[in-house]
Design a protein around this ligand. Sequence first.
Ligand code: C5J
Length: 224
Amino acid sequence: MSLLNVPATPFHYPFAPGKTALVIIDMQRDFVEPGGFGASLGNDVTLLHTTIAPIASLLAAWRARGWPIVHTREAHKADLSDCPPAKRLRGAPSLRIGDAGPMGRLLIRGEAGTSIIPALAPQVGELVIDKPGKGMFWSTGLHDMLKAQGVTHLVFTGVTTEVCVQTSMREANDRGYDCLIVEDATESYFPEFKAAALAMIAAQGAIVGWHTPSATLLGALAPA
Ligand code: C5J
């Protein structure tokens, strides 16, 4: 397999064409739109909107090349049997996971709020993973699905950088994937946490992985 050298921090990322899945973490209405889980915690959801256009560009590039794509949703079973009190009772939100909000029950599978925003809606053939945790491998079977597709490298996008994206990236690194996170295709409700997460990921010789802007990554890909 010939690797592409994508300019990145802290040094070139060895991109594997056809073996690199685009991962889009939790771009669901519950985090991005008013009335969802993110807003119930007091966050300004508009801070996340800058990610939509870069993710859409990456999605189009992956689709044009027929490369693997993974969408995740943070979503629990309706009976909350996969949502421990250690998660559900955290903080003092206006609504908790499982409570009824304007887009249905928060973070519950099948509710309107857990659907991925229309601009990034999954297409047939793309993996869509409902994950009960912050990391995308916990209790999902995703590692076996990726292995079955021969995936060795992962490009991360989505929200929020320091919570579900960073957790998923760390889980992925532990499972042997070479991971890149796309700077303008991920965001946090706390800009300083995003900056810190990117720095932590790339520190100590890419201890978790690499980061680069979407334009740099797209510019390094051969024409579809
Ligand atoms: C959070 C997530 N922030 N998708 N979830 O609770 O990052």
